[in-house]
Design a binder for this molecule. Sequence first.
Ligand code: GLN
Length: 282
Amino acid sequence: MATAKPLYDRLSKNITAFPPEEAREMAFMLLDHYFGLRKTDVLTDKPLPPNRTEPDWFKILERLNRQEPIQHVIGTTIFCGLEFEVSPDVLIPRPETEDLVRLIMHDFADRTDDVPILDIGTGSGCIAITLARFLPQSVVTGWDVSDVALTLAQRNAEHLKADVTFEIQDILNVPTDFVHRYDCVVSNPPYVTRSEAAVMERNVLDYEPGLALFVDDNDPLVFYKAVADFCTRHLTNSGACYVEINERFGEATQQVFSDRGFTNIHVYKDIHGKDRSIRATF
Ligand code: GLN
């Protein structure tokens, strides 16, 4: 009977474009995705499912060795314990963003009345959907400028049984007669400057959408200004705004919020000790 360990060994040995540690992680992900085998199943050499359909390993290895993100190869990623479909049309959800979502869940956990939430630049829908799933009182809307991203986000919401309203809307062009107000406005906008892109890893640069990643060097805070302006009109008095940020612009982004009348502004660091997100309230 075919067992997991030899296949795992073969896959990790043939993922040659990455350091061995990363290649092994990827081999675990492949066995989990295709055969539902967890790390412990692989390490204890459990049998492979008897009626399995073998994926085209050669093709998969070839794509991985071309530095294509494994999330594109398998078509999904895990975010806050939920499985999201991803594609080259959306940013692959990152662990840093999980921290932001956990902060919001913590802040609103005790609310018993409805909590209207807006996610600006929703992409795969990971923030909006996770909040809708785990915060029972949330009433979540997700905006994006990309209709293909919204189609994917909608599909994720359906698979994950999350109630989110997705709308095509550019934060740089909100209609002047827009009236809704939110207790929570959250955004992980594009924040990598074009000059930083020059030193980015190929697997991000070649495969992830520029629209979700990059901003012009001459106005790198354009989206934060728009989000903060929007909040001055559409955040409730006791509401809070949460944004993921570029580590180089912690102070400058904080300033954007204080310039617009926010008085309570906190910068949070990521696990690497870098400024990664901001919570701002009035
Ligand atoms: N953290 C992402 C990266 O460095 C960028 C996310 C974003 O632009 N919002 O790849």
